[in-house]
Design a protein around this ligand. Structure first.
Ligand code: HEC
Length: 161
């Protein structure tokens, strides 16, 4: 009798362990990112991948050297469109931008310029900044080429401190 009980309990224990193991295995294999590039292995969001999902820019290729001509174009655009709210070295209506290329990725920066509303709604870094600055960056309807030139200028100012 006693042996029988033990045997039954062992069988139950074994069965439930097996079920738990199967269940665990099953759920971890279905937790693979289901088409979401923004999901990293640890489950946290990669800021560049999320910015690419929000768009419109998915990737940016950067030369190793700064393109000085492009940066000059970007400087003019920056002075026309951005200095109303941004300074390089001081907090103004928006955050200082000298080191932004060191702190953020190029896809994030391009998409903030081209799609500030989408980024404010969906990107946690921009959401946080809206809280902090209490103003929303406006959409200036720039072209991708213009945004790319500004990015080159911002890369340049980060190097020339
Ligand atoms: C009307 C004011 C305004 C204008 C114009 C503006 N911005 Fe902004 N910008 C902001 C504010 C405010 C934030 C902080 C996020 C928010 O509150 O929307 C911001 C955030 C940013 C960020 C994110 C900074 C970070 O640390 O992540 C970048 C990059 C940026 N702006 C670039 C630009 C560029 C480049 C231009 C010009 C093409 C520009 N902004 C024009 C107000 C402005």
């Amino acid at each position: 009798m006693r042996m029988n009980h033990l045997t039954v309990w062992s069988a139950v224990l074994l069965l439930s362990l097996t079920l738990a193991a199967c269940g665990g295995g099953g759920s971890s294999s279905t937790s693979q990112p289901s088409g979401s590039a923004a999901q990293t292995e640890s489950g946290s969001l990669d800021p560049e991948a999320l910015a690419a999902e929000i768009g419109p820019v998915q990737q940016v290729s950067l030369g190793e050297q700064i393109d000085a001509a492009l940066a000059r174009q970007g400087e003019q655009l920056f002075n026309t469109y951005c200095t109303a709210c941004h300074r390089l070295d001081e907090r103004f209506i928006g955050p200082p931008l000298r080191d932004v290329t060191k702190q953020r990725g190029p896809v994030y920066i391009m998409n903030v310029i081209l799609n500030p509303n989408g980024m404010i709604q969906r990107h946690p870094v921009m959401k946080q900044l809206v809280q902090e600055y209490g103003t929303m960056m406006t959409d200036m309807a720039l072209s991708e080429e213009q945004a790319r030139a500004i990015l080159e200028y911002l890369r340049q100012v980060a190097e020339n401190q």
